[in-house]
Design a protein around this ligand. Structure first.
Ligand SMILES: *[C@@H]1O[C@H](CO)[C@@H](O)[C@H](O)[C@H]1NC(C)=O
Length: 213
């Protein structure tokens, strides 16, 4: 090996060592968390606006007949109740929770978009395109979370997604609308959790003092 190439090898090793230090790691992590929070923000605002759109044509009896939030299929997944609780959860565990919540929605989101075109709702074409957007967003966020798990590490308390057992929306016009609306409002609640936990993770990653988040 010539002296020249030895020196450039040393130089490269130096760069590699620099990148192993916290600084280089932090850059990639922050970017990933930024991107993930943008997607979760979008997901939450999409589901909120879609819920409002449906509100206007919802059968008046629907609200009374609608199941309670404790009936949402993700309800058994224990989540922190507030920010203080969430701050005490280790980062890898919070990430695992976010991932389990999101993946639990793969099947129900598919059901929403496949049923939207046949809803007896005046703008079902519009509703359909919005549900497709939800699906695509959720898919992209999922991919981002996988990359984050690589960076942050897997949690020892790894959580599994919850199975969805509601195979269809029912047969009559009103129960289909009610079930559709109910699923969507469960998703809106969960997308809010996903979004707030991811933003908390982002804040914890950049702040020296996480208690300030
Ligand atoms: C999802 O990711 C694909 C590929 O990167 C991109 O083309 C698409 O615009 C993204 N969709 C959303 C809703 O972010």
């Amino acid at each position: 090996m010539t002296r020249q190439s030895k020196r450039s090898n040393l130089h490269l090793t130096g760069i590699a060592l620099l990148c192993l230090s916290a600084q280089c790691h932090a850059v990639g992590l922050n970017d990933l968390l930024d991107r993930a929070s943008q997607l979760s923000d979008k997901l939450h605002s999409l589901s909120t606006s879609l819920t409002h759109d449906l509100d206007t044509h919802f059968p008046p009896m629907g609200k009374i007949l609608m199941p309670r939030p404790s009936m949402c299929h993700t309800a058994p997944l224990q989540t922190p109740n507030d920010k203080d609780q969430a701050l005490k959860v280790p980062e890898s565990e919070l990430l695992s929770l976010v991932r389990a919540l999101l993946v639990s929605w793969n099947d129900p989101l598919l059901l929403l978009s496949s049923e939207a075109p046949t809803l007896s709702y005046p703008y079902n074409g519009y509703i359909y395109s919005k549900t497709r957007e939800l699906q695509e967003n959720s898919h992209n966020l999922s991919a981002g979370l996988d990359r984050l798990v690589h960076k942050i590490g897997t949690s020892s308390k790894s959580l599994s997604p919850l199975p969805f057992r509601g195979g269809d929306l029912g047969s009559d016009r009103n129960s289909r609308l009610i079930n559709f609306y109910f699923l969507l409002s469960c998703f809106r609640r969960d997308s809010h959790k996903i979004d707030s936990f991811l933003k908390l993770l982002r804040c914890r990653a950049v702040k020296q003092r996480p208690e300030m988040c």
